[in-house]
Write a protein that binds this ligand. Structure first.
Ligand code: SF4
Length: 682
């Protein structure tokens, strides 16, 4: 009997907990928490505790599949690679490189994301590479880069518990980032004040000193209202504003237009609560803002993020330990996939493709000219497929048939493609449309790194061999690139890929497997081998120099309720499932807790619609309809309904609106208009 314990990183949320996979005679027998891990401290949430269970599931893809006469059949890697190389070459020659689009993956390692973006740019010659960060925090990258010069969490996770005021807006932290949620509760126990603003009475609201139950999509107004009170009561940090910021006067003028009475009318929050919250945040020296997709997934997502940055700048609550602005990234490696340049306008480390020196650096390293124009984003690729200008897609580890807005439109786009490759660990809803399906390795079957939400780079280690003929994504991409004639994909290991990342990416300049394997905690920026990494950002100066105030006006969401569609639908997640459920829905203990979707309705609405608990309802929007079970609860306000997005059989994204934020191109998942009616069972 051979028992081994392999230290690795959780494949679910962005907290980046480390744990041991127990390996008994070549099979994973369990998960053991790691007491020395500074995030989990020997505790794991229910997803982490069950993380091994999908790995050895019988439904794992084990051989490549190709479509013939409308049906998928098993094939060899040789034949699959032959078809992919031939079809991508043909489409590239007939329609140009921009007729091909790539979706990279926030679930794959940094090394794999780097390779897919390199493949898109250096082998195919297109900047059409994006991933589902577009759908969660694209507005964070744009908004915080504009305000501070860097679009990431300003602080480390452990700092949360030493803040003296925590303002959580648009983040269901206890359910979605359990280890950060528990730090907030610890901070409360140590005497911190807690403000929660959210349209739903989320679990964290029960711990809050002030809960602001705002209307969905009114974040800019609420934040402007808080800043109006802070300015009126002289709680701004005058010295910080003078020495470290720019644009204050124009911003101040705008804020005067948002007195509490107006904010009450638009946001639906009471004036007393608003005033108390403004004083609580404004009077604290170590105030920290935590936010997530309740802020970002709007047509005004970038405005929302800039407003949050305004609030921190106004009170000088950024650039010091225990205080700052912290966007909580959802998926395990969504931070890393962005860092690696799996985005249509930047190379790794956010080096823009428009910068001549950056472009030349990558061209020299990869020995080929690179495309100049920014590529298409996730939703734009689907639009282009529908319009016929995008002919092929290569999708690695993403499932747009559940994750993307307006699924009927996504289906139309995927069906219109001439050629689709899906690289996955399970046969997903998206794989149904593929011409070639490639079986990939899971996190437990490969080496690499993930980057957690607080910029810490973490090792992923191989515990067992991949099932059947499946292979790590980095091996698959390297082999296709080599078969298509590139000599720059001859890697022997992910370590070698990381060495290339380090050479080309200044913020990762001091990261190495050797340092990580010695147990060093390295958060970027980490410029060289002697650099200790950066726990909190913007000390003394912002990445962009001065912090920038932006005057922002409130704008309504793109679609508001009306007579035909009288409810506001807002979407989100549950604790027991992860993203589109490709992994967690294979874990019986998680499925038992959250087996399918539901629609939350307020008891007043339920009474009016003559609905009982668990009744089947039809939810309809201008884009689609679903049948779903009613969950009647007063944690949601009258006139608003909530649906978690994980469940393909009652997919919230059949209903959502694909209208985009004009800057970040993130869709408005958090607000659209729907109708709800009871289905009579005969
Ligand atoms: Fe995994 Fe997140 Fe749970 Fe930690 S908190 S065990 S990273 S899902």
């Amino acid at each position: 009997m051979n028992l081994d314990f392999v230290l690795t990183t959780c494949p679910f949320c962005g907290c980046g907990c480390q744990f041991y996979l127990e390996v008994l005679d070549g099979e994973i027998s369990g998960v053991t928490p790691c007491k020395t891990d500074e995030i989990s401290e020997g505790k794991l949430c229910i997803k982490g505790r069950n993380a091994q269970k999908f790995v050895q599931h019988k439904d794992r893809l084990k051989r490549p599949l190709i479509k013939e006469d409308g049906r998928l059949r098993e094939t060899s890697w040789k034949e699959a690679f032959g078809i992919i190389g031939k079809r991508l070459n043909e489409i590239q020659q007939d329609f140009g490189p921009d007729a091909i689009g790539f979706l990279s993956s926030a679930k794959c390692t940094n090394e794999e994301n780097f390779l897919l973006m390199k493949f898109a740019r250096a082998v195919i010659g297109t900047n059409n590479v994006d991933h589902c960060a577009r759908l969660c925090h694209a507005s964070t990258v744009v908004g915080l880069t504009s305000a501070f010069g860097s679009g990431a969490m300003t602080n480390s996770i452990p700092e949360v518990e030493s803040a003296d005021c925590i303002f959580v807006i648009g983040s269901n932290t206890i359910e979605q980032h359990p280890m950060i949620g528990s730090r907030i509760v610890t901070a409360k126990d140590k005497g911190a004040k807690l403000i929660v603003a959210d349209p739903r009475r989320i679990p964290l609201a029960n711990f809050a000193d002030i809960y602001l139950p705002m209307k969905p999509g009114t974040d800019v107004c609420l934040l402007n209202g808080l800043m109006n009170i802070i300015l009126k009561e002289g709680l701004e940090d005058k010295r910080f504003i003078r020495e470290r910021t720019e644009g204050f006067e124009a911003f101040k003028k705008k804020i005067k237009l948002y007195p509490p009475e107006k904010v009450k009318e638009i946001c639906g929050v009471d004036i007393e609560g608003l005033q108390k919250a403004a004083r609580m945040y404004g009077e604290s020296r170590r105030a920290m803002i935590l936010y997530s997709m309740g802020i970002t997934q709007h047509t005004t997502g970038t405005d929302n993020v800039k407003s949050i940055a305004n609030l921190a700048l106004l009170t000088g609550n950024v650039g010091r330990e225990f205080t700052g602005v912290n966007p909580l990234r959802g998926q395990n490696n969504v931070q890393g996939a962005c860092d690696m340049g799996a985005l249509p306008n930047v190379y790794s480390g956010y080096q823009t493709i428009k910068d001549k020196m950056s472009k030349e650096k990558f061209e020299q390293a990869w020995g080929t000219p690179l495309p100049k124009q920014p590529g298409l984003t996730v939703v734009e690729m689907i639009d282009a497929a529908c319009q016929g200008s995008l002919k092929a897609m290569y999708i690695m580890g993403e499932n747009p048939m559940v994750s993307d807005p307006d699924i009927n439109h996504v289906r139309e786009g995927l069906e219109a493609l001439d050629f689709l490759v899906v690289q996955e660990i399970f046969y997903s809803e998206t794989a149904t449309f593929a011409d070639v399906v490639l079986p990939a390795a899971s996190f437990a079957e490969k080496e690499g790194t993930f980057t957690a939400t607080d910029r810490r780079v973490l090792r992923v280690r191989k515990a067992i061999n991949p099932p059947g003929e499946s292979q790590p994504d980095w091996v698959i991409i390297s082999q296709i690139a080599q078969k298509m004639g590139s000599s720059k994909f001859d890697y022997s290991s992910p370590k070698e890929i990381m060495e290339e990342i380090v050479r080309l990416t200044p913020i990762y300049g001091g990261i190495s497997y050797d340092r990580l394997d010695k147990g060093e905690i390295l958060a970027w920026p980490c410029h060289n081998q002697d650099h200790p990494g950066t726990k909190f950002l913007h000390k003394g100066t912002f990445t962009r120099g001065k912090g920038r105030f932006t005057p922002i006006d409130y704008k309504d969401p793109a679609e508001l309720p009306d007579k035909e569609f009288p409810f506001i639908l807002t979407t989100g997640r549950v604790m027991f499932q992860y993203h589109t459920g490709t992994m967690t829905r294979k874990i019986s203990s998680l499925e038992r807790e959250a087996p399918t979707g539901f629609i939350e309705l307020n008891p007043r609405d339920a009474q009016r619609l003559k609905l009982g608990q668990g009744d089947k309802v039809m939810a309809k929007s201008r884009r689609g309809e679903i049948v779903i079970n009613a969950f009647i609860t007063d944690r949601i306000a009258p006139g608003v309904v909530f649906i978690p997005f994980h469940f393909a059989e009652c997919a919230a994204n059949q209903l959502t609106n694909s209208r985009l934020d004009p800057e970040a191109k993130i869709p408005e998942f958090k607000v659209c208009a729907v109708d709800v009616s009871k289905i009579e069972v005969r």
